[in-house]
Write a protein of this length. Sequence first.
Length: 382
Amino acid sequence: MRKSITLLILLCAMIMSAYAQEDMNATPISFEAVEDGTVVTITNNNSVVLKLGLRVYTSSTEATDDVWYTVQNTNTVTLNAGNILILYSNCKDQSGNFKITASKDVYVYGNPLSLVSQADYKTMTDLSGCADGVLKELFCNGWDGNPHIKNHPTKDIVLPAMTLSKSCYYKMFQGTGLTRAPQLPAMTLANSCYNYMFWGCKDLTEAPALPATTLADACYYAMFYGCTSLTEAPALPATTLAYECYSNMFRDCTSLTTAPELPAPVLASDCYYWMFYGCKNLKYVKCLATDISANSCTNNFLGNVLSTGTFVKADGMNDWTRDYNGIPEGWTIISASEEETGINTIHNSQFIMHNDVYNMQGQRVSENYKGVVIVNGKKYVK
């Protein structure tokens, strides 16, 4: 009976979650002011004339009539606390049409594809027919950043497209005040699609899953560059890499301590170029590459990381160098099978529940030992 109730609760939670996600897919990109006198500035960078539908909510149920603005050059809308600005357009055939900034904090949520196709955004999952860079630099404000763009406490930004176009999200959220990123479910990537997407988002603590297994040129280039609050990187399941696919991806992410596993056996030119450079607290990397001969594939891969750490390499892989282009000086090197053996050794140990600390070779070490350790049968990085 208890098990049935638990399953029912889980099912209800899943249904509620799916409903919330569907609701956000059907919600046009929205801006809710936190304070009175918030000025939202919409700039059209192209010569083409575009129209935006602006609807200002005065309460949760009451709104002004839709007002259509022709946006060429710059328009501003002043909101009071609780007012909600909703934007529509049809920029499918245009590149980087808009920049949107705010003078004070605004919560942003809903589906930015309402700017791509007013008629179809609710069900739109394919951007391959869109112009290159269709939503590029949407919230980018150059070197000044756009820190007043914030996550709503309960409502998400959604980007439901499964097939992307070239540079579609390039610098989309650069320098914003987001703490959590929208989910990115796309399985078919395009060149530079996520290039610099969250560059300089210093408050970002949550990264989205990245499920694609076949990559495109520069697809993740500098995606999280300078996200200094990011403590956990997303899994990177791709086994087919491309030119510059991960280049600079986590550069200067100073809160990262553990890299995601890198399962690809054959590297591509510049694929890991400066990938973790400046991750000053990084101390664990598992890279299963067996062919690192591609041009500049690991240049400055692990430059300026923690001076001691653990590098897990593929069995029989002896081509790594001992420098920032390979395995840093001072790091311990173990093979994947040795790591697994170490875990199994501890699982079979009589000390498994005694809080003793073991290294990956199954040797008991002090609590001050630095590297990958096993405590009560679980692996940790110290």
